[in-house]
Every structure is written in structure tokens, then in C-alpha cells.
Design a protein around this ligand. Structure first.
Ligand code: NBP
Length: 480
């Protein structure tokens, strides 16, 4: 019997996706560049379903039912192009090539166009949930032609996580939109994690709490709107004991964060689109600063830091950190959704952001109760300029505002860096001012570069001859 789906690339993600499909009753063709991984998968998990392994790509392609559908799950970048180049001569018109790796959305756009020219169909599919998600049900974000998606939808929706009977997979849009949405998902994940580490630093450094005490605080937040997978695993990581030292394992882990690039891509794209994406971008920069550990060590000698002594947190202090975290998180999501709105318009994707919130409710790393709120907001209206202005979120940030300011002031006073908390508050303060200070900026730009400015009380563009006779001239041609 020919297989329903194929998987190329059988490292952790590919192997687990293949097992997921087989467990759901689909026949799965297998191929990996080095055959050892294929053999290991079949010998260890072959009993889980119907697998058809191949030692070469031609055999793999021949084992698939037409129109063929295959998921590439190899390292992002050139390996994906290499695999596609090898596949193309073996495929027939209408076959569907799915890239399930963490590819850059512009690469997916390009592959989509290149394969379309060859009569093949390409789907760039973001897959979130790590190894466990790939096996038990990830969140999947497929982008490409809708008809191509319809062909694989019965498989994808069965393999995905399910929340309240709904699959965490839906058609996203044309071209590279699926990988774009996955990219922003990862960016939001960066911001979420940065906010959690800032809360941890406040408890540890300002209030002198140990990891176990901080774990208890995070555990208590499960019953709040912060309830999420990341808060759950924060509790677990903080609780883990280190048999080597007898202390908390987290205290033995080097404080240098690594990154694979999706957060940086999100921030760079925000700069391209001109979207104020402060939360995610600060999270990327915070990782970069964490990576300069030797420099930080030198700096602490020259610019000494002294942790405050004897500051014991009251329940109100702990709740204030929770509220500041929640308000900052709302800002990070509002910015991420604003970025997707801008991208949808710029790239012509017609993204359904309510559906994006829906498929992020399960399977993926940022899964959270909170996403129901975003979904509800988009149910009420599909054109939302900024989530912070929607009733639920507006009420939440207004309620959190005093605590948010208190926490930011506390951190500033004691010299604890909270870039995501404080930049989110600054964004919020900038957002709610109908008149900001950029009038002066425009004056400066006009002074040194004759860049012109507009006036509140007149139509048109103006320039002042600042350093000549001081007179103002209109620079555009009046329409009448
Ligand atoms: P890796 O990203 O570590 O890639 C290893 C796989 O790529 C192996 O199967 C390897 O084959 C294959 N490969 C490479 Br490398 N170069 C190749 C080439 N030129 N031609 C053919 N195959 C090649 O695997 P992973 O961690 O399973 O991740 C797969 C994708 O899923 C990545 O894009 C990743 O970013 C994404 N992703 C990962 C996670 C996660 O939690 N790990 C989560 C979500 C998404 P070999 O065995 O012959 O060397």
C-alpha cells in the first residue's frame, strides 16, 4: 500500500512527527540522509504504526500515494534547499512539498514561488511544541495555496493538539505566511520568557528569595490569568534540586542565554515594517547582553552592584510583580499581533488573527489561558488596531498600572535590569498620549536637513529657514 504522507529528516522533530502520523493511522514513508536514523526509528517504534522506510529519495517518493505529500524536517537554511533540489526531478505535477522546520518566512516565500513555477505545491508550515509537541500534538501553522492545504488538512488536523474539540492547526495564508506566524510566535515566546526571568530577578535580587520560595510564588500564579505552560515549567525548573550541590539546579546553570534566530528575525522584521515591537526586541537584546558574561564580570568590578539587604516582600509586593508581569505580557502580545496585522497588509496575506490565537491555545510553547481572551476579542471584531484598547485588556492594564509603576520604580531604585517590564510601560505611556514630543524631533530634522514638518493649524508641508532669515515657507504645491 502506498503511504499517505512522507517525512524527510528523522532527527528528534521529524521522527516524532512521523510517529505522531503513524499513531493516528496514516501510512508514513521515511527517509533520512544518513540511514542510521531511519533504521533506529523503525526498530524502536516500528510497532506504533505503518512505516515504509527508504534508503534513497527515489524509493521514498515511489512509496507515496499521489498527489504526494511530504514533510521536510531538516535543519533550516541551505539543507532545505538541498533536499528540495534533490526532490524536484522525482516529483510529479501537483505534488505537495511541506517544510515543517523553522525556516525564515522569506525563504518560504521564495520556495513557494520557485516550486509553483515547476508545477509543484509548497507549504511552509510552522510547527511549535518542541519534541513532545511533535509526538503528542503540536500547534501547526501551514501557509501556501489553500487547495494544497485542503489535501493535507485531514492529516494535519488529526496530528495537531486539540483544545475544546478544536485542532490547533488551520490554514494561515499564502506564501511564507505560515512561517511568518511561527516566527512571531517564537518572538512572543522570547518576550514571555524574558518577563518571567525579570520577575525571578526581582524576587531573587531585590527580595533575596531562594529558588524554592520563588517556585512557590510562580505556582500560586497558576490560578491567575497568567496560567500558562511557561509559568508551569518555570515552577518545575526552579524546584529542581541538583544532586551535585544539594542546592537548586538553576543556581548551577550559567547565566548566558543562547538563541537560534527566530526572536532576532521577528525584531528585524518589526524594524522593516516600522512596528514598535519593544517587548520582543528587548528580550532579544537581553539575551545578547547575557552572552557577554566576561564583560559583565569586568564591569561589575568597575561599576559595583550591591543587592539591597533585608527587604522582605509582603503579599502585596508579590502581587505587584504578578500584575506588572501580566500588564507587560499584554503589551508584548498586543505588539506581536500588531506586527502580524501590519505584515498581513504589507504582504497581502489576509491573516485571520482570531484563528491564530485559537491554534496557539494548545500544543505550542506559549499556550495559555490568556489566548482565549485574544480569540474572543477577534471574534467580536476582526480589525483590531491594538489589543490594549479592547475592553478586557484595557481593564487589565488599567487595574495593573499602579503596581506596574511601583515595580518598575523598585527595580530602577535598586539597580536591577528589567528591560521588558520597563520598556512595556514606556510603550504604554507613549501609546496613551494623543500628543507626544515628536514635534520637537520634526523641528530638529527640519533645522539640519530641511526635512519639513506639518502644522496643526494649516494644510501642507513647511520649512523654516532657521539659520537664515527665520521665515517659514510652504514646500508642497497647494492642490487648489
Ligand atoms: P536538526 O535541526 O538538528 O537537523 C537535523 C536533521 O537535518 C537530520 O535529519 C539531518 O540529517 C538533516 N540534514 C542536515 Br543537518 N543537512 C542536510 C542536508 N543537506 N540534506 C539532508 N538532510 C540534512 O533537527 P531537529 O532538531 O529535529 O529540527 C528539525 C527542524 O525543526 C529545524 O528546522 C528546527 O529548527 C525545527 N524545530 C525544532 C524544534 C525543536 O524543539 N528541536 C521545535 C520546532 C521546530 P542527517 O541525520 O543525515 O545528518
Amino acid at each position: 500500500d502506498l503511504c499517505d504522507i512522507g517525512v524527510i529528516g528523522l532527527a528528534v522533530m521529524g521522527a516524532n512527527l512521523a510517529r505522531n502520523a503513524a499513531r493516528k493511522g496514516f501510512g508514513v514513508a521515511l527517509y533520512n540522509r544518513h540511514g542510521g536514523r531511519t533504521d533506529a526509528l523503525v526498530s524502536e517504534f516500528g510497532h506504533e504504526g505503518r512505516f515504509v522506510p527508504s534508503k534513497d529519495l527515489a524509493g521514498f517518493v515511489a512509496s507515496l500515494a499521489k498527489p504526494r505529500a511530504m514533510i521536510i524536517m531538516v535543519k533550516a537554511g541551505k539543507p532545505v534547499d538541498d533536499v528540495i533540489a534533490d526532490l524536484v526531478p522525482l516529483l510529479d505535477e501537483g505534488d505537495i512539498v511541506i517544510d515543517g522546520g523553522n525556516s525564515l518566512f522569506s525563504d518560504s516565500d521564495r520556495r513557494y514561488r520557485e516550486l509553483k513555477e515547476k508545477g509543484l505545491r509548497f507549504i511552509g508550515m510552522g510547527v511549535s511544541g518542541g519534541e513532545e509537541g511533535a509526538l503528542l500534538g503540536p500547534s501547526m501553522m501551514p501557509g501556501g495555496e489553500r487547495e494544497a492545504y485542503e489535501r493535507i488538512a485531514p492529516m494535519v488536523t488529526k496530528m495537531a493538539a486539540q483544545v475544546d474539540g478544536e485542532p490547533c492547526a488551520t490554514y494561515i495564508g499564502l506564501g511564507g505566511s505560515g512561517h511568518y506566524v511561527k516566527m512571531v510566535h517564537n518572538g512572543i515566546e522570547y518576550a514571555d520568557m524574558q518577563l518571567i526571568t525579570e520577575a525571578y530577578d526581582l524576587f531573587k535580587t531585590v527580595y533575596g528569595l531562594d529558588a524554592a520560595a520563588i517556585a512557590d510564588i510562580f505556582e500560586g500564579w497558576k490560578s491567575s490569568d497568567l496560567d500558562s505552560y511557561l509559568i508551569d515549567i518555570t515552577t518545575e525548573v526552579l524546584k529542581k534540586r541538583d544532586p551535585k550541590t544539594g542546592g537548586a539546579l538553576v543556581d548551577s546553570i550559567v547565566d548566558e542565554a543562547e538563541q537560534k534566530g527566530t526572536g532576532r528575525w521577528t525584531a528585524a522584521n518589526a524594524l522593516d515594517l516600522g512596528v514598535p515591537l519593544t517587548g520582543i526586541t528587548e528580550a532579544v537584546f537581553a539575551r545578547a547582553l547575557s552572552g557577554r558574561r566576561a564583560l559583565r564580570g569586568e564591569a561589575e568590578k568597575l561599576l559595583p552592584f550591591r543587592a539591597p539587604a533585608g527587604l522582605k516582600p509582603s503579599q502585596a509586593d508579590i502581587d505587584a510583580v504578578r500584575d506588572a508581569l501580566y500588564a507587560s505580557k499584554i503589551i508584548a502580545y498586543a505588539q506581536g499581533f500588531e506586527q502580524m496585522t501590519a505584515a498581513s497588509k504589507d504582504y497581502g496575506w489576509e491573516l485571520k488573527l482570531g484563528e491564530v490565537a485559537t491554534i496557539w491555545r494548545g500544543g505550542c510553547i506559549i499556550r495559555a489561558r490568556f489566548l482565549d481572551r485574544i480569540r474572543d476579542a477577534y471574534k467580536a471584531s476582526d480589525s483590531i488596531p491594538n489589543l490594549v484598547l479592547e475592553d478586557y485588556f484595557r481593564d487589565a492594564v488599567l487595574a495593573a498600572e499602579p503596581a506596574w509603576r511601583k515595580v518598575v520604580m523598585l527595580a530602577v531604585q535598586h539597580g536591577v535590569a528589567i528591560p521588558a517590564f520597563s520598556s512595556s510601560l514606556s510603550y504604554y505611556d507613549g501609546l496613551r498620549r494623543s500628543r507626544g514630543p515628536a514635534n520637537l524631533l520634526q523641528g530638529l530634522r527640519d533645522y539640519f536637513g530641511a526635512h519639513t514638518y506639518r502644522r496643526f493649524d494649516a494644510e501642507g508641508s513647511f520649512h523654516t529657514r532657521w539659520s537664515q532669515d527665520g521665515s517659514e515657507i510652504r514646500t508642497d504645491t497647494p492642490s487648489e
